[in-house]
Ligand binder design. Structure first.
Ligand SMILES: Cc1cc2nc3c(=O)[nH]c(=O)nc-3n(C[C@H](O)[C@H](O)[C@H](O)COP(=O)(O)O)c2cc1C
Length: 177
């Protein structure tokens, strides 16, 4: 077996095989200047029951401003057909661009939250803000999932992953537990 080499701890996250990608939508869908969508790779499940999802947002993002202002947000899981839109939402700032419009997203009001959900995504999780904490260069916003929509499992396998600057898909199942 090849020996391991020491790596800079700042690169430690590259040791993880891949992360899920999400589109975080937040704000008032009735006001284009106070509503935004951003690509996030720092997304994690913090609790199954109650269901709590967290997203790490850098304080320099416009999304941070809105996540601080509003009490809820949605986590939307895009499929591979949205890879260009995901990149766009991860490169453009909502202060200058209406990313929903530019991406042609169907923006639907959440059922239980004020922030919108994105119809084209495979999964939509409506979250009510529960906890906020600083972890370093990103602030984590944890939200309880109060309503959820999901496509069938076969379709969800098209969900995008991200690793070291590359978008990927889920690989083969090699063992069931
Ligand atoms: C693949 C990818 C993943 C990203 N993940 C995050 C993330 O987890 N947290 C974050 O704050 N920014 C992340 N970004 C950067 C933001 O999406 C990007 O700065 C975006 O333009 C911010 O939009 P806003 O200014 O409208 O909020 C990511 C970008 C890409 C391309």
């Amino acid at each position: 077996m090849e020996p391991k080499t020491e790596v800079n701890p700042i690169w430690a996250c590259r040791g993880f095989p891949a992360f899920p990608i999400a589109l975080v939508a937040v704000g008032d869908p009735g006001s284009s200047s106070s509503c935004n969508v951003m690509t996030a790779v720092l997304v994690h499940v913090f609790s199954f029951d109650p269901p709590v999802i967290g997203v790490g947002v850098s304080p320099c993002r416009y999304t941070f401003e809105l996540m601080t202002k509003y009490d809820d947000f949605s986590i939307n899981i895009p499929g591979k057909d949205l890879v260009e839109e995901v990149l766009f939402c991860g490169q453009k700032c909502g202060r200058e661009t209406n990313k929903f419009e530019e991406c042609g997203f169907t923006v639907t009001p959440g059922k239980k939250i004020g922030s919108p959900i994105i119809e084209e995504c495979l999964v939509n999780l409506e979250c009510k803000k529960k906890m906020v904490f600083d972890a370093g260069d990103h602030t984590w916003f944890l939200g309880e999932v109060v309503h959820a929509l999901s496509r069938q499992v076969e379709e969800r396998e098209k969900a995008l992953l991200y690793w070291s600057g590359e978008f990927r898909l889920i690989g083969n199942c090699i063992r069931k537990r």
